[in-house]
Design a protein. Structure first.
Length: 283
């Protein structure tokens, strides 16, 4: 590699200064970067952020949990977090094999912006926001606004995704994550679903978040279904009718893994099962 094409700063300010001087490919775990190169790809100018301690770790910060950008899936799976994070932990165990989980990062999963990214549905259900840093300062975006399309994000050329922020409003809830693939392990999903359910004091649904991945260009929340389930008793929620209109935000495609019709039917069944799992955990 040409001298100067590879930089490995040890603090965030230095990294942001380098980004401000010209676009660079950000490298953390590399589990998405290297496969994307193909047989004859060239990395180009690289910014390796793995030596920046401020970008790694999971901490409580005021009204939210802060997940540093280079925190790995293994970090997340082993962290002591409330039950509302179970959906994210379950998704973390599905991200490739253990070797990938040990180096693959949460921020990398989001910046890669694959429609089948395992981390996106649970983070959507947890109302995640992303923190974007540059020499111009910091800004926050809802995850829904950050991922704008397949392999597309709202990240500016001089910005670094520095953290994922999860509000504590879901702290007393439970959650579930279900993924359907053509085999059990090391699989790109046909459909996946994350549900976070926060109960009210009268054993009804106080708040529920439902997100679906691999069934549209960008994973999405089923907000009309969430509104329909709001206030229902936990005993009855598993028997609630899930009308077709609730799945209108989904736009599955036919591909090598599945037909669009099967994806849509599978998503509906996964949603029902995940909602029921959460309700039963609270009874």
């Amino acid at each position: 590699m040409v001298p100067g094409n590879y930089e490995r700063p040890v603090d965030l300010e230095q990294a942001l200064t380098l980004l401000a001087q010209g676009s660079r490919r950000v490298l953390a775990g590399g589990t998405d970067v290297y496969p994307s190169l193909g047989d004859h790809g060239v990395l180009g100018r690289v910014l390796d952020v793995t030596a920046i301690p401020d970008l790694r770790g999971i901490t409580e910060d005021g009204g939210h949990w802060r997940i540093g950008a280079t925190s790995t899936w293994s970090d997340l799976v082993s962290a002591e977090l409330p039950g509302s994070f179970d959906c994210l932990r379950l998704a973390g165990r599905e991200v490739g094999g253990i070797q990938i989980q040990n180096v693959g990062t949460i921020a990398g999963n989001l910046c890669n912006a694959s429609p089948a990214a395992d981390g996106v549905p649970p983070l959507l259900a947890l109302d995640a926001r992303v923190e974007l840093s540059s020499v111009r300062g910091r800004r926050e975006l809802a995850l829904e606004a950050f991922i704008t399309g397949p392999r597309q994000t709202a990240l500016a050329a001089d910005e670094l995704l520095s953290a994922v922020l999860i509000p504590k409003s879901n702290a007393h809830g439970v959650s579930s994550f279900l993924k359907l693939g053509s085999r059990k392990y090391l699989v790109i999903s046909i459909a996946m679903v994350a549900v976070v359910l926060v109960p009210a004091s009268d054993r009804t649904v106080g708040k529920i978040s439902i997100s679906v991945g691999s069934c549209s260009a960008v994973a999405c929340r089923l907000r009309e279904l969430e509104a329909d389930l709001q206030g229902r008793s936990l005993e009855d929620i598993g028997r609630a009718p899930f009308a077709d209109r609730f799945f209108a935000p989904l736009s599955p495609i036919d591909d090598i893994r599945s037909s669009a019709r099967y994806r849509l039917e599978a998503a509906g069944e996964l949603v029902r099962r995940a909602v029921l799992t959460c309700a039963e955990a609270l009874l």
